[in-house]
Ligand binder design. Sequence first.
Ligand code: ADP
Ligand code: MG
Ligand code: ZN
Length: 640
Amino acid sequence: MKQDVQNQQTKRGNPYVGFLWVILIVLLLNGLIFPKLSRQKIISTDYGSFIEKVDSGRVKDVMIKSSQIFFTAVDKNGETNTFQTGETNDPQLVERLLDADSPNENGKIAFNQIVPEENSPILNFLLMWILPGLIFYIIWRQTSKTIQSRMGTGGNFMSFGNSGAKIYADADIKTTFADVAGQEEAKETLKEIVDFLHNPKKYTEIGASLPKGALLVGPPGTGKTLIARAVAGEAKVPFFAISGSEFVQMFVGMGAAKVRDLFKQAGEKAPCIIFIDEIDAIGKKREGTFSGNDEREQTLNQLLTEMDGFDGRKGVVILAATNRPESLDKALLRPGRFDRRIQMDLPDLEGRKAILNVHLKKVKHDSINLDIVARATSGSSGAELANIVNEAALRAVRMGRTRVTTSDLEESVETVIAGAQRKGKVISADEKKVIAYHEIGHALVAAMQTHSAPVHKITIIPRTSGALGYTMQVDSGEQVLQSKEDLFNRIVTLTGGRAAEEIVCNTVTTGASNDIEQATKLARAMVTRFGMSDKYDMMGLETVNNAYLGNNDTSLACSSDTAADIDREVLSLIKNAHDKAKSIISENMKVMHEAASFLIEKETITGKEFMDIVHCCTAKTDLNLKSATKLFSVLLASKR
Ligand code: ADP
Ligand code: MG
Ligand code: ZN
């Protein structure tokens, strides 16, 4: 309650400042400028002094009206003034005037000259006070509006309490559900809202009121903002889009005023959609600490109040998006507020194909093998896929082509994943050998474990991201569940690079740093979160703080003794994996040498070429080296 009063005052404080300025300016005008402009000041005087002035020969002209006499006279200093006096039915007046001397050239007082009348007091008041005030008020409003629009949707400063939320008219939004690929469940839910906005009567006649708000939840780049715009585009209703951070203003109470204003505007435009992007900026849990952000909390309180306050049948639907749903205040999520939760997940294989298709429609392209690209991009978000298509188009232009090809897309997948190629980087022959064996080590270990995904591509062309080479693995199908064995095998594959360095080159290099990081993370997760260690059974030892912004943000949920023991468990897992990788490599030294020299020669080899070498070396173990090299050179020739 107290808060509300305070907010009201802050809001109204603005017009006061405006009016004060206007009054000040008008006062200045009247005090300094107008007096100089109006020289014709009419002085009232009595009949006696009029006669006296006439007799002393100082009157220039006289105009007699029914009840008033106006005259101009020159005073002792030679200044001409206009006077006014009452009529007193003086029969000798005309004679007096005729007889009197005058400063006029002919020595006579002029009778017929018209003396300017003073404006009526009302008109005067209007002209001097109201008109300038009005003009300044209008100019004021105009400038504060332009300032507001320049500052985007922000800018409560100097405005008369407008929140200035951008209003997108129907025509502005061309986005439809067709632009959002995949996400079928989300679209299904939102279609109901669209239908409601089209025809609220259908729902209100039954007595149903639709959910006031829906919360779009998912990792970044999955199309939350996109689908919200699509809802507005489909429903053809005004769309108020505002980002949560825009509510958080410098001054306490401003954000709350903005919320109030937004809902007021929306109420007038109903049916319409309010979209609050990144709502976690204001919707974070309110905590009992004193150091809390007052402004944010007030804004959140106001939002909660407004959501309760407006009529659900009016046709205002509030959409909000966030990738940190767990941080939202519980009060926001309760029924009557954002009670619908729409999950936007990272796209699966089919989803990725659909998204690629949507974005490929915007570029000219040859027939594209979507399957390859979609498989190579597992785990990518819609935004990343859009970026990949764009990169491919840029590459096509660089290569002087007019159409995007599959190879453009494949290359841009790598560019997005590993950075652009660094062709200029000089790598010595020795280093190149180590890098090649390292990568072949990964590939070989992956290939030898039936559970690992087949190798897609091996390359030793350095990348701008710092990678000196890499082995790209592509899942053949979409896996929802991963077994303990799958994960362990992945660790084995990750250790394969280092194992090859050790066994073949008798050295260890820094090239394995990224492998080490990934392997450790994976092993740790197996022990602490997936219950895949024998010792800790199904005990959860770590909690994930944020489901959508990477899994790295975890916190331990165990005693420090256990934490030390977890480290030992993780170490033994990694050691086992490393040993397994080493044994795989030492059992297949022939493949190692063959494939590595092929890779050094070609710099990039495909998974198929690699598997050909593997098969020819393993299937026919009795095959002598001569025929192997023969087959190898055939392969080489076919590549050229
Ligand atoms: P979010 O708000 O979830 O972080 P956006 O909606 O801003 O993500 O998505 C960014 C861009 O990624 C979109 O403009 C669009 O080009 C692309 N995109 C994301 N998801 C999809 C999708 N499902 N279908 C088509 N394009 C998508
Ligand atoms: Mg967004
Ligand atoms: Zn490696």
